[in-house]
Design a binder for this molecule. Structure first.
Ligand code: HEC
Length: 238
């Protein structure tokens, strides 16, 4: 056998593969930087997905939702009705007042109609629906002597006792709001602040009122904001 012919392809391996080298980069073991288009695609996906997540989880706002926010704004969403803390003040007062009315119901009755000739009605009573100054005074200090309610005369011996010492201003306000808005009655709510104002002004009063003493206050309302319910200063939060 003769010596292999000096074919150029057999003499230089590098030269044989140089064509392939030119066309394709070497594969190197280990990690390679991601191509730029992959990085951009990642950004786009993150932006779209983040936007969707924010919308779906509701009300994401950087100012209030990021953990480094310096001032967290109050949650503007309305609170559940009935909770003591955030419910509609009128509804809360009505609920509490219904419980507090137990101390009145023995005489004025659960239906607010009282007992003829003995205990006057609260349902439809001009004393209940009229000026808040007079109504607060009646329950705070009591009432005695002849009175007229819905055209009927009453003069029960002993009259009605004072409840001011036995009840907190808040409890009294709730009961009064309740009797002003039950059995078909409708009138502005009476707030704790209004009861406190009358208490402070009339702190020297130790005896029951008489109808003639209160005549001047028949239509007088204790000033102060009415937070909710009939005649509220601001529309009730829905
Ligand atoms: C022990 C019985 C008794 C209880 C309890 C009682 N009252 Fe009276 N109330 C009377 C009597 C009697 C009169 C009429 C007083 C008079 O003749 O001067 C009266 C009068 C009134 C009046 C004015 C007249 C009218 O009918 O509108 C109001 C308002 C009133 N009461 C509210 C209340 C509230 C609120 C409570 C509970 C916190 C209460 N009363 C608890 C016996 C009672």
């Amino acid at each position: 056998m003769s010596a292999p012919s000096a074919h150029p392809d057999n003499t230089n391996i590098d030269r044989i593969h140089s064509a392939a080298h030119r066309e394709k980069a070497d594969l190197v073991a280990g990690s390679l930087p991601a191509p730029t288009w992959v990085i951009f695609l990642g950004f786009i996906v993150a932006i779209i997905a983040g936007g969707q997540l924010g919308v779906m989880t509701g009300g994401y706002q950087f100012e209030t939702s990021n953990p480094f926010a310096t001032s967290i704004a109050a949650d503007p969403r309305p609170k559940a009705v009935g909770g003591d803390a955030g419910g509609d003040p009128f509804q809360v007062a009505m609920k509490k007042g219904a419980g507090g009315y137990a101390v009145c119901g023995g005489c004025h009755q659960g239906n607010g109609l009282g007992i003829a000739g003995q205990f006057p009605p609260l349902a439809g009573s001009e004393w209940v629906l009229g000026g808040t100054e007079r109504l607060i005074r009646v329950v705070q200090h009591g009432l005695t002597g002849a009175i007229t309610v819905k055209g009927q005369n009453y003069n029960t011996p002993g009259g009605m006792q004072a409840f001011g010492a036995a009840m907190s201003a808040g409890d009294l306000a709730n009961v009064l709001t309740y009797i002003r808005n039950n059995w078909g009655n409708e009138a502005t709510m009476i707030t704790k602040e209004m009861v406190e104002a009358v208490r402070t002004r009339e702190s020297a009063r130790t005896t029951q009122w008489t109808a003639s003493e209160l005549a001047a206050f028949e239509k007088e309302n204790v000033p102060g904001p009415i937070p909710a319910g009939p005649g509220a200063d601001a529309p009730a939060a829905k």
